[in-house]
Design a protein around this ligand. Sequence first.
Ligand SMILES: N[C@@H](CCC(=O)N[C@@H](CS)C(=O)NCC(=O)O)C(=O)O
Length: 222
Amino acid sequence: MISLYTAATPNGYKASIALEEMGLDYQVHHLDLSAGEQKLPEFIALNPNGRIPAIVDHDNDDFVVFESGAILLYLAEKTNSFLGNDAKQRSQVIQWLMFQMGGVGPMMGQANVFYRYFPDKIPAAIERYQREGRRLFEVMDSQLANNSFLAGDNYSIADMATWPWVKGYEWSGISIDGLSNLQRWVDVIAQRPACHKGIVNPPPSTLSDEERAKQIQKMVGK
Ligand SMILES: N[C@@H](CCC(=O)N[C@@H](CS)C(=O)NCC(=O)O)C(=O)O
């Protein structure tokens, strides 16, 4: 059994999608980010960075893993799946996983902050992160012109890491117009039953866009 400490966000969904894809037993511990539960000492003891997601693998001496990319790698190695079959394939999966962790996640995260949550609207900052998000989308679109998935022919943890972010492009205010390969990839992955289950565990917010933005504004200010 794995305990998953998470919330209804793209980084959180990466972990629940992977757990679903790999058929692992897991229990969700839903943290209220706007109430600051991720900063409580009990959670900091698991993840010193005070951010979701984190997992505890009770079948491996209660081993703790934080950082969503590290969680995906740990689970892929544990189950020997979604990581490629030889050294070159594994490297390709890891390259695209790092592309997500160092690029898509941080840039779209900042696009969300400045476009949706930050109390002052700073056009230069909004434009900077949305433009960088669009540029990364174009990189993916080119890669997907010749590959079914980000790291080649096989669906991998790189796709699991990236899809929950890209599918939220409207929330980030970043267009995918003209990026037909990226759109195809978003739609194909959306058909996977594990993705359906992963993105409702925990369930998405039922707040309106405005209420949700206000709730997260409180968090951004902390
Ligand atoms: N690099 C980290 C980022 C995690 C992260 O930023 N999580 C956000 C939710 S998507 C969070 O916990 N935010 C709460 C906060 O900033 O206090 C990872 O990939 O796990």
